[in-house]
Design a protein around this ligand. Sequence first.
Ligand SMILES: [Fe+2]
Length: 470
Amino acid sequence: MDLVRKSDFFSIVLVLCLVLNSLVLFCNGGITSRFVRKLEKTIDMPLDSDVFRVPPGYNAPQQVHITQGDVEGKAIIVSWVTQEAKGSNTVLYWKQNSSKKLKARGKTYTYKFYNYTSGYIHHCPIRNLEYDTKYYYVVGVGQTQREFWFFTPPEVGPDVPYTFGLIGDLGQSFDSNITLTHYENNPTKGQTVLFVGDISYADTYPDHDNRRWDSWGRFAERSTAYQPWIWTTGNHELDFAPEIKETRPFKPFKNRYRTPYRSSGSTEPFWYSIKRGSAYIIVLASYSAYGKYTPQYDWLEKEFPKVNRTETPWLIVLMHSPWYNSYDYHYMEGETMRVMYEPWFVKYKVDVVFAGHVHAYERSERVSNIAYNIVNGICHPVKDQSAPVYITIGDGGNVEGLATKMTEPQPKYSAYREASFGHAIFSIKNRTHAYYGWHRNQDGYAVEADKMWFHNRFWHCIDESPSHYS
Ligand SMILES: [Fe+2]
């Protein structure tokens, strides 16, 4: 009898300890997920994998990808590579149900990187498209013509529903392939990918083996040819390699990927803005100068006042290096940019910031840390309803593997964190509401491991934070 009582007593103590333990986690900050994934090494898919297959036929276009080509969403840039010869740089395109076929002509580039010479890289802008329309397009000639399609966005306006996919730090590992597959099969269909930087990880190979840029282009084509990917530059786009005399940063990225930077008054392809449906998206460059008087700073200072929330209620910023990150990896690397720009983010009520770089997932509460002026000592993040939610989504699945070490205890500003691969969906419903979900790769396609209703900071600025967060 005594023994039974003892074991009962210990069970009660154990339960109490567990409850207290979870309460402690709760009080420290938000949630550190207890999800345990199978730990396996993240390795790149071999070059002869199916997903890297070169399309059949002589000089067949490969690595086809599209991105937005202007500010308003009425233009698109089609890019592709032909390997053996320059071939045609023309895109044939037409509206669904229309027999009138139109032609656009692009330009062709090649580049050398150490002992690598690229294929012929074609970039072809198509302008004056109609909104909310399905277009078909063809690249290549004769036997090796390839046909794709895309949808243009709805006309820019305040209550236009639109769904963005969020992917970061993708790379070309077996896990990258799972992430992309999950994104494609997510029943909430993303219409455009906001990509937060670190594309191919070719620079992890000897001499930055640029064949891995080509293989990445072929791998991602199944998505990038059919919906625009909005590009942010990460550190793996730098390809700065003075040891092999490659000293011009971003050379492969600049040759292979296009951004509509001139349309938004930017002077470099690494920072720019676009409107898409009801969203105004500002892309920033963590690896280009951003201090006072730099071109990026001057541009951003003029850019924020241009955002008309009556036209585009949702203000989204993309960058690579996160400002609020509670993992050990890349801790505080985004700090100098935060110091420069955070007061603007609060003043102009940015709704959400998506970043990558840290190979894990994290979502913040709405916080700011802008009161500090060196002498006053006020240097802690505080709850701020004018501040964005910061989401780190660098969990695409690249060869470098997961960031698993976190700073403990979980800081108060961190609402949810988990070291798993995945992607997210940001689905704008109208000017006041957007639904957000993060999907880890181990779950079924429809499962959201983290989710949140976003309330627009300009139109419906209510406090979304949980009751324990004050
Ligand atoms: Fe990175």
